[in-house]
Design a protein around this ligand. Sequence first.
Ligand SMILES: Cc1cc2nc3c(=O)[nH]c(=O)nc-3n(C[C@H](O)[C@H](O)[C@H](O)COP(=O)(O)OP(=O)(O)OC[C@H]3O[C@@H](n4cnc5c(N)ncnc54)[C@H](O)[C@@H]3O)c2cc1C
Length: 574
Amino acid sequence: MVAATPTPRTAPDAVPTRPARESAAPATGELPADAVADVIVVGGGGGGLPAALYSRWLGNEVLLLEKAPELGGTAKKAAFWYWVPNNVPMRALGLVDEEPDFLRYVARLARPTSYDPASPTLGLSQWEYDMCRAIYESASPAAELLAEKGALEYRHCPDVVDYWSELPEDKAPTGRVLVPRGARDTMSDGGAVGVASMAAAAERDGVDIRVSHRVQRLVLADGAVVGVEATTADGRTRRFGARKAVVFATGGFTHDLDLRRNFLHTPVYGGCAALTNEGDFLAIAGPVGAQLRNMNYAWMCPVPLERAVSRDPALSGMFSVAGDSTIFVDKTGRRVVNEKLQYNELAQKFFSYDGANGEYPYLVLVQIWDQRSQDHSASDEYGRQIVPPGTDDSHVIRGDTLEALADAVADRLSRYAQLTGGLTLDPGFVPTLRQSIARFNGFAERGVDEDFHRGEKPVQLLFNGPVKDEPGRANPTMWPMSSSGPYYASLITGGTLDTKGGPRTNTDAQVLDDTGTPITGLYGVGNCVASPSAQAYWAGGATLGPIIAFAYRAAQAADREPVRESHQLTPSAS
Ligand SMILES: Cc1cc2nc3c(=O)[nH]c(=O)nc-3n(C[C@H](O)[C@H](O)[C@H](O)COP(=O)(O)OP(=O)(O)OC[C@H]3O[C@@H](n4cnc5c(N)ncnc54)[C@H](O)[C@@H]3O)c2cc1C
């Protein structure tokens, strides 16, 4: 196996575990490597763990370098649904999912304005089209191999719908979602289960794993990437050689404010990605001329404002806005959105810009609920705001009357005035809120939301969360809000799960330079590289399914690389 002794998988508590960023200028001079492997994988999350496993199973010596003191990245926080078109259990059930139909669905949503069913690429760029084909081709074999090897056994979710299952382009509206077999039914621990299972397989099968190693730069020889340099928590620089390839899977740039401000089209306060996802690959791949794509989009979700601002490492997206007697209102007290929209689409509401007034009027919305939803919809899963007694409820604002609730909300908003441009409630908030509740209650009684069509699409029922059983009601997503308190509220904004732009790769996950030529020896998978999904969030699991597909393809292509012998790769004697 790989030379030199690995550091333990979990660093001792006393040691600082977050190496600082250094210059990313590539290293070229001679410096013996601490270790040499065939394939180096950088990042031990949703893309890195499968990439390391697939490479190892092809017979390669594999070294995995992870910046955090433990493996998992954002994937560890995920529900870990993975969206796998034409998967084996679908086929066994007779659910037909043919490639042309799959491509029409993904193209329609990725580029709604250029979608053209008559175009050879359906209105996608050739690159996007080829990448989507690669997802269709490889996601299922990739998932099967992980399962066969006991690294990630799955459970099929035959009834889970795609997020746009009602579109005529979706010919396989259910059945594409897999989850780790051992995950709870609610799947909220899917990421922990999936990461633990893949990490155990990596150890079992001899992947050399080193945590608390922040890769800072590439090592180049004769124009090829032949290794990396990483810093450890004690500030030491270590060089690692790769005979065949380096595969980056370092996640997006959610936690780099400057990158967020300069590339995202939305003024997010933060997101739920692992705190170590700071866009390192952008700095590292820039000096070798990597071409960037899709930098403006992110996987998005509503998030609680206060936890996003405090960079709470446990921050989770609100995948499911639970409760039937609950609404979102703006600073005027007006209800402004369908609260049950799928999360990526609901998040867009926060970023509507009001040109006349030069402001984002919905950047912070107030979720309001009554005792009924508190009693019947509380849950501590999926970033829900209505939480049960005994759990952390510091985000919950209370009032016995709507007037008292409004005062408490205004008080809470004042704490964040410096971040929100002084956002406060309008003087007419309470009367407008009463009108909003009266109007909503009428819709709830009739089961029809004339303003925003809440509960009309299958995906909105999927994410309704627990509500009080009311036999025979027409619309389970709505119930009239009580005319008396107590009332509850929390402050919500839009955030990222992680970003999805970065260096462009080809269908083998090779990073391309500005002429479209692969940079020899350099690969990328996951949220550190450009996703062909553009603006779309096709379905639950639509990040991890494609990521696993590209990890599989990266490993196969890296395995075919010629072995590069270089004096820069010689292991040091010590
Ligand atoms: C709450 C939540 C729930 C989610 N649920 C789902 C779901 O059910 N289905 C789904 O498809 N997606 C889900 N996602 C999204 C999914 O988790 C991510 O898209 C996925 O984990 C991305 O994988 P990745 O490898 O690109 O990044 P990550 O999983 O974040 O892994 C990146 C790793 O790289 C490491 N790293 C960063 N820089 C360096 C460096 N310089 N050197 C070494 N290592 C480095 C990081 O520490 C991290 O461990 C969810 C996300 C969240 C936050």
